[in-house]
Design a protein around this ligand. Structure first.
Ligand code: AMP
Length: 201
């Protein structure tokens, strides 16, 4: 696949819940397979539960490379997946979010809860401020993120955000659409920070 970006490592933000519908696990599995088939690697929270656990299970099954980044307190209570190719230990949750960005060339959000939301929103905000330029894609499995996308649309419509901020990330419905969307994401430049705050017309 032809890409506007050099992508070798993809960070996936996703749920820790075990209680979610099977379809979310299937989408995570499918996405991981597509990434490994292209010879790319995954970086994630590294937990053994939820969609994070699914990504590591798939990596083990197909021989893909997966790095988990965990804070010490989670490792101490053995929250990590035993099949991780590499584990990076950090002190705090804040350091972990920065390490995700340092170790990945692109970012994907799968369905999740508050942990996933904050990881995604921190990345989108840093990109808006010109601190990172990673392509970002949200996988809207089963329309889970429809309310979030509606809110983001309203934020632009009501001028809390600029029209140009629409290019910060894109949303797709199917796992096989994720890589093409990352490869095709508009190039983002640090200088776009000049319109981070929306001014009066
Ligand atoms: P959530 O979307 O609220 O399920 O949160 C997903 C995020 O929760 C992960 O990226 C981690 O920051 C954190 N998390 C919660 N439980 C675990 C766990 N058992 N192992 C690793 N990370 C976890």
């Amino acid at each position: 696949m032809k890409s506007k970006h050099k992508i070798q490592s993809i960070c996936i933000y996703c749920a820790s819940s075990e209680a979610i519908d099977r379809s979310y696990f299937e989408a995570a599995d499918q996405l991981a397979r597509t990434i490994f088939e292209e010879g790319m690697e995954i970086v994630c929270g590294g937990g053994k539960v939820g969609l994070m656990g699914q990504l590591a299970d798939t990596a083990k099954e197909v021989g893909g490379t997966i790095t988990g980044i965990l804070p010490t307190f989670m490792i101490e209570i053995e929250k990590q997946h035993p099949g991780l190719t590499r584990m990076i230990e950090v002190e705090t949750m804040s350091e972990r979010k920065l390490a995700f960005l340092d170790h990945a060339d692109a970012l994907v959000m799968l369905p999740g809860g508050t942990g996933t939301f904050e990881e995604f929103f921190e990345a989108v905000t840093l990109k808006r401020l010109g601190k990172i330029t990673h392509p970002i894609v949200l996988l809207n499995t089963g329309g889970y993120y429809d309310p979030l996308l509606a809110l983001m649309h309203r934020a632009v419509e009501e001028r809390f955000m600029d029209d140009r901020h629409v290019g910060l990330y894109s949303a797709v419905d199917q796992p096989e659409e994720v890589l093409p969307a990352l490869f095709d994401a508009p190039l983002w430049k640090e200088e776009y920070a000049k319109y981070a705050a929306v001014t009066k017309k």
